[in-house]
Design a protein around this ligand. Sequence first.
Ligand SMILES: [Zn+2]
Length: 239
Amino acid sequence: MTEKADALRNLLILQERDQRVRELRRQLQALPREKDSLEARIKDRGAALQQHRLDAQHVETQRKELDLEVQSHKHQIAKYRQQQLQTRKNDEYAALGHEIERAEKRIVEIEDRELDLMEKFEAAQKAVASESAQVAEFEKAVRAQIADVEKKLRAVEAQIAEAEAERTTARAGVAPDILKRYQRILDHRGDAALVPLVHGSICGGCHMKVTSQTSLDVKAARGIVACENCGRILYEPGE
Ligand SMILES: [Zn+2]
């Protein structure tokens, strides 16, 4: 009976180590995803900053185009003035004067718009500067988080190696036929092969009431006793 109780105890140790390995593997799987999502946040912030830069550039391009337009009007005005000097006809002179006035008015309008755009450009540049400082801060913080995740990843890998070695040791302490049975139940149920007998009569795995004989066998620690409903091996808690 002592030997059988030992078998059960060894199985419990094995199950505990199996579960630890499983839990660590689950943690290990989650970590690369965590890292990817942090990388994505950096990328998103960078993309937003780039968009602000493009907006500022666009404003500046518009202003330069207007500048060229002003140059062209000024050039035209100089030409009209030249023509005024050359004409002897009063009506032609007056018509040219009228054209000059129109062009000058147009220049004033364009320069007003240029002023607007210059203000917009300055505001956009300020936004870019402050945003870029914020992005740098943000990136620094997130990079530190990523470094933490990577450190955790290496730690979990080391823990897994250790837990696997402990599991191997635990397996060595279990008879092959019992080990086979344990593994079969674990593969089939996915969660646990060994479950406690709750309140002396309820299977801790499927929560069904077991027969009184099963209950007695478990309490007496008569070897490997399984729940007749789900097949999981039962043990008396506190053992
Ligand atoms: Zn059960």
